[in-house]
Design a binder for this molecule. Structure first.
Ligand SMILES: Nc1nc2c(ncn2[C@@H]2O[C@H](COP(=O)(O)OP(=O)(O)O)[C@@H](O)[C@H]2O)c(=O)[nH]1
Ligand SMILES: [Mg+2]
Length: 257
């Protein structure tokens, strides 16, 4: 069993060493950093690790192309190699790498295809360091997406700490992922549910970053708000087409007769 942790980075030089150290403790895990030409030397720090161990890998992209496309690039890289589990984690230590074995345990014990680390399981709010406004944005984002998409069984569809079984990424058309930013999380979960994959959640604590700055912006939030409707409308539209083609199948023999 081998897992790949994909870490998208943009200006995470003050966090990257620590997260690499924590993850390398798990010998069944390799790391892939997808760096978008950070200006603070993040990639140089990763290269230093690469001289020490072949378990750390790096893809350098030419500019800030977004979290979603960074993950797609990372997953494709991993699919060319023989990993069974793929993780998403933020570089800023908001997600505790100590949870990694718990994701795999949950996957195995409950035959889940995706495990999401949820901050809001069983009505709790497990977030450290957020002000009320930030919490409201996150809670509203979750409510908005799950209400429109009908995915109420998920308490934290926007969480960026997750584990996918290989089969999920082999079956989702990664070239068809439309999200550049954080709506990537919503899009991946929704598409996996549509394909019939089982999504489970485990409780995690989210720690707001101590170093560096958030890349969350109004543009990214708007992309997410619009993306949810695009996903919904696409699914309604494709269901209609399916119903129509089913109808045609039923009526064909009658026409023949
Ligand atoms: N490669 C890449 N990584 C990004 C981009 N935007 C954000 N990230 C990374 O995605 C993770 C989450 O971003 P962050 O700014 O912490 O978001 P927040 O936790 O919602 O405030 C961090 O590891 C960021 O460095 C991007 O455009 N490209
Ligand atoms: Mg963060």
């Amino acid at each position: 069993m081998r897992g790949l942790v994909v870490i998208p980075t943009y200006n995470e030089a003050d966090n990257i060493d620590q997260i690499i150290i924590e993850i390398l403790k798990y010998h069944f895990i390799d790391i892939l950093i997808v760096d978008d030409n950070s200006t603070d030397g993040t990639a140089d720090k990763v290269k230093r690790w690469m001289r020490k161990t072949d378990r750390v890998n790096l893809i350098e992209r030419e500019g800030k192309l977004g979290l979603g496309t960074a993950y797609v690039t990372g997953f494709k890289w991993g699919l060319q190699r023989d990993y069974n589990y793929f993780f998403e984690i933020d570089a800023d230590l908001s997600h505790d790498p100590k949870e990694i074995p718990n994701f795999i345990k949950k996957c195995r014990e409950e035959k889940c295809d995706i495990v999401i680390g949820s901050r809001y399981l069983n009505g709790t709010i497990s977030v450290v360091g957020w002000d009320f406004r930030r919490l409201l944005i996150s809670k509203f984002g979750n409510w908005y997406a799950t209400t429109i998409l009908g995915t109420k069984q998920l308490t934290d569809i926007t969480s960026g700490y997750r584990c996918y079984k290989r089969t999920v990424l082999e079956n989702i058309n990664l070239d068809d992922i439309k999200s550049n930013g954080y709506s990537f999380q919503i899009e991946m979960a929704y598409k996996a549910l549509q394909l019939g994959f089982k999504i489970c959640e485990i409780p995690i604590i989210f720690y707001e970053r101590s170093n560096g700055v958030s890349k969350m912006s109004k543009k990214i939030a708007w992309e997410a708000a619009i993306m949810v409707w695009k996903l919904k409308l696409k699914s309604v539209f494709s269901k209609k087409i399916q119903i129509q083609s089913n109808k045609q199948e039923v009526t064909r023999p009658i026409f023949k007769a």
